[in-house]
Design a protein around this ligand. Structure first.
Ligand code: APR
Length: 228
């Protein structure tokens, strides 16, 4: 018999217990930085050094943190389920925990790409992207991140995947950012939806779901032990 498919949509909250800041919680990254200064194509045009430095610092931190119990539990679930992860996160903690199907909606921190040809993507050697680092076409390399105002190319594939779920799980996202937050609209009616988050996301518009009001680590454990 084929395994049931669990599609998991994750956000910054799944990595919070690894020590990575979320964006919109109190003390989150968007309290410290203005999105318009570091995470838009306009910011890149205006102040490349600042944008590079912002992502360099976060990339450096990524080498210092480890996956947490939630990442490991999701990897472990592959023994019994066909687990597909759709993440808004740009860290690689799902992969490092052992998950084998991870779709990154908003890019990947450890990768960089050409600023003239978005198909030229490279894995950066180390944490630091420097002014003058160039792609093979001679243009400055930029972070491989989907900035505000840029298209999210993975959305059609993620929507299609969401429609194949037998079980849908949402972990650690405020569901504030579209189009990612709209993926749940593609889940087939009647599919059980579980939401794991210590705080109920204000932006939630899902008709029916089971709310596991816990941190990602304990919430994922509870999901596996009590609901699956
Ligand atoms: N476990 C689970 N959830 C947590 C935890 C935790 N330990 N700590 C905080 N959270 C929850 C918060 O309650 C909130 O609902 O994680 C969510 C974080 O929300 P955001 O900071 O808005 O992060 P996210 O939803 O991933 O942001 C989406 O916005 O800035 C962009 O591109 C960036 O991918 C990001 C997108």
């Amino acid at each position: 018999m084929s395994k049931k498919r669990i599609v998991v949509l994750t956000g910054a909250g799944v990595s919070a217990e690894s020590g990575i800041k979320t964006f919109r919680d109190s003390g989150g990254l968007w309290e410290e930085y203005d999105i318009m200064d570091v995470a838009t194509p306009e910011a890149w045009e205006r102040n490349r050094d600042l944008v590079m430095e912002f992502y360099n610092q976060r990339r450096k931190q990524l080498y210092e943190v480890e996956p947490n119990a939630a990442h490991y539990a999701l990897a472990e679930l592959e023994k019994d389920y066909d687990v597909r992860i759709i993440t808004q996160n740009v860290d690689d903690l799902h992969e490092r925990a052992g998950s084998t199907h991870v779709m990154h909606l908003h890019g990947e921190m450890k990768k960089v790409r050409s600023s003239v040809d978005e198909n030229l993507v490279y894995t950066l050697d180390g944490w630091e992207l420097k002014p003058g680092d160039q792609c093979e076409k001679g243009s400055q390399l930029r972070p491989h991140i989907v900035w505000f105002g840029e298209p999210v190319h993975m959305i059609p594939a993620a929507a299609e995947l969401s429609a194949t779920a037998d079980i849908y799980v949402i972990i650690g996202t405020s569901l504030n950012v579209y189009p990612a937050a709209g993926l749940v609209d593609y889940v087939r009616p009647g599919t059980p939806v579980y939401l794991i988050d210590p705080a109920k996301p204000g932006a939630i518009h899902i008709p029916k779901f089971t709310f596991i009001q816990e941190k990602a680590s304990t919430g994922t454990k509870k999901l596996v032990e009590e609901y699956l």
